[in-house]
Ligand binder design. Structure first.
Ligand SMILES: Cc1ncc(COP(=O)(O)O)c(C=O)c1O
Length: 445
């Protein structure tokens, strides 16, 4: 058996977990190697063991503080262990944890009502609750099939929609298509409206033309098109202004539904409640997860009365909308509103973007800065012959050493991703930019 070193019995002061032997990062890595599948990867050559979180900060086993600029991949928008939200979760946990949908409980009904009144875009008013983003998209795709009575889907190249068979099938990022036997025939990928070296207008026209051709080639074929309004994993790609308005008009002409995967972008992340709001477009179906639970698992897909009516065969999710997730999500929505987090994401996102653009002017290694609100990316490109992904890893490692957790994504895994908790403060942003300036200067020297 693999040896799990560094054992220390008793109370773990660092994590506060009573009775658990403290095994440290090497011990955790050894257990992961021994008991996880090899598909499970981690950031950093020398990863810290994260033992505690408080709002925009994470703490490791040695008590070191990190300012979190990734929020567990766009999840913890209201901050780690936010006391007001944790109180709602704990209170519900101690009152009633689980019954499932066949019994009447109030938090789930209150949450659906809250979403329908002032949160969901357009005429969307009915919600099905589940447990994750993949499951939300899977349900959204099923709903589109049931409503249109058509089978196939359109998706954008380099999008990411999940880990289940159907959602992996509409995922255009090669890295996240783990199955060699996906149902290729049922999905048509459209070029995304972005291509390095192409101007925005040309990239947008190319994408719209490809969409038009696909629709014209077989007008009755497609049930829905699924899109991320800002591609997250694909490298923080914001389509040009007006793109989704034209997409929606084209789809409508052919009776094809638009599914907005707002799993990463939803609930204020981009400076609007939903990212598609920027184009003034309401999707037919929106899928949600991540920030809705601020770390407590929840997923959901919502639609109009008319489309929802097509989903009338029995269906249920054992854990979907359970009282704890629902009470938590209600507290999340309340917190976002009371603290003005949507406007805050817009304001602080502008500060962060300007700072990154300043660094771009100073450091050649930053090839591009893009994104919206507090969903920003900085693409790194080393000198000819340099491995940009390795360079990005080196920057992540050096920033971690300075107390900043930054994400990464992109087709070439060379985009620094900045998606902090929306409660981040101006001072945190300025401190991070100063450290990044220093790190990039060191790398270029
Ligand atoms: C845009 C998008 N859709 C779907 C998913 C899948 O969500 P989950 O991991 O909760 O299944 C992700 C995960 O990162 C995502 O970013």
């Amino acid at each position: 058996m693999t040896s799990i070193g560094n054992e220390r019995q008793g109370v773990n002061q660092a994590s506060g977990i009573e009775g658990n032997a403290f095994i440290g990062p090497e011990g955790v890595l050894a257990k992961r190697r021994a008991y996880f599948y090899p598909c499970t990867q981690h950031f950093y050559r020398q990863p810290p063991q994260i033992v505690r979180g408080s709002m925009q900060y994470l703490y490791d086993h040695e008590g070191r503080r990190y300012t979190d600029f990734f929020a567990g991949v766009s999840v913890v928008a209201c901050g780690h262990c936010n006391p007001r939200i944790a109180e709602a979760s704990v209170k519900q946990l101690q009152t009633l944890q689980h019954t499932t949908t066949i019994y009447l409980t109030q938090p789930m009904a209150d949450l659906a009502e809250r979403l329908a009144n002032g949160i969901l875009p357009g005429r969307l008013s009915r919600t099905f609750f589940c447990n994750s983003g993949s499951e939300a998209n899977e349900g959204a795709l099923l709903l589109a099939r049931l409503h249109t009575k058509r089978r196939d889907f359109l998706a954008l190249e380099y999008g990411l929609h999940g880990r289940t068979w159907l959602t992996m099938g509409v995922t255009g990022l090669p890295m996240w298509r783990a199955d060699d036997h996906l149902d290729e025939g049922g999905v048509t990928f459209i070029p995304r409206p972005y291509e390095p070296g192409l101007d925005a207008e040309t990239a947008m026209r190319r994408s719209l033309e490809a969409l038009k051709q696909a629709l014209e080639a077989d007008p009755e074929r497609y049930a829905a098109m699924i899109v991320e309004p800002v591609q997250g994993n694909g490298g923080i790609i914001v389509p040009p202004e007006g793109y989704f308005r034209e997409v929606k008009a084209l789809l409508e002409a052919y009776g094809v539904l638009l599914i907005a995967d707002e799993i990463q972008t939803g609930f204020g992340r981009t400076g609007r409640m939903f990212a598609l709001d920027y184009d003034g477009v309401a999707p037919d179906i929106v899928s949600m997860a991540k920030a809705l639970g601020n770390g407590v698992p929840i997923g959901a897909f919502a639609t109009t009365d008319e489309i929802a009516a097509s989903f009338n065969r029995p269906s249920a999710s054992t854990f979907g909308g359970n009282p704890v997730s629902s009470a938590t999500a209600l507290a999340v929505l309340g917190y976002i509103e009371e603290e003005g987090l949507v406007e805050r994401a817009s304001r602080l996102g502008e500060r962060l973007k300007q700072g990154l653009e300043e660094l771009q002017r100073k450091h050649q290694v930053i090839a591009d800065v893009r994104g919206r609100g507090l969903m920003l990316g900085a693409e790194l490109q080393g000198a000819a012959g340099t491995d940009s992904a390795a360079l990005t890893d080196a920057v992540l490692e050096a920033m971690k050493e300075r107390g900043f957790i930054i994400g990464k994504n992109g087709i070439g895994r060379n985009v620094l991703a900045f998606q902090p908790p929306l409660v981040i403060e101006a001072g945190d942003i300025d401190a991070m930019l100063e450290a990044l300036d220093d790190v990039l200067g060191g790398i270029e020297a």
